[in-house]
Design a protein around this ligand. Structure first.
Ligand SMILES: [Fe+2]
Ligand SMILES: [Fe+2]
Length: 130
């Protein structure tokens, strides 16, 4: 089961970063498989919680690189990360409040967010630092 298809435009041309991003997307798809698969299903809340953990780990790594190198757009870049994490937390709150969470719809938003963020924020960061 695939929530997000890896696409050519995700590639920044920086092998280490592309590898990390690809791993992140693979993890998301694996998790999605466990929420939609039969037998060992995890709940939507577990799915979102794990998703949050994996994504924030990647962000934390990037933010450390930015801090260590006194990156000029640290604040804006971090704010963009926070926006996505806030989104995921909101979905978890919705779910706990009994509001229906459209996981596939969220997958589309995630895909759009990655497309934009990788191409702009991450590409700039890696062109300056790595
Ligand atoms: Fe990234
Ligand atoms: Fe980033």
């Amino acid at each position: 089961m695939t929530l997000i298809e890896w696409k050519e435009q995700y590639n920044l041309g920086v092998p280490a970063i592309d590898h990390e991003h690809r791993e992140l997307i693979d993890l998301i798809n694996e998790l999605y498989g466990s929420v939609t698969g039969s037998g060992t299903d995890i709940s939507v809340l577990d799915f979102l919680g794990e998703l949050y953990t994996k994504i924030s780990a990647h962000f934390a790594l990037e933010e450390k690189v930015m801090r260590d190198s006194h990156y000029d757009e640290y604040r804006d870049h971090k704010a963009d990360h926070e926006r996505l994490l806030d989104d995921i937390r909101d979905l978890m709150d919705d779910y706990e409040d009994g509001i229906y969470v459209d996981v596939e719809g969220f997958g589309k938003r995630l895909d759009e967010w990655f497309s934009e963020h990788f191409r702009t924020r991450d590409a700039r960061l890696h062109s300056k630092i790595f």
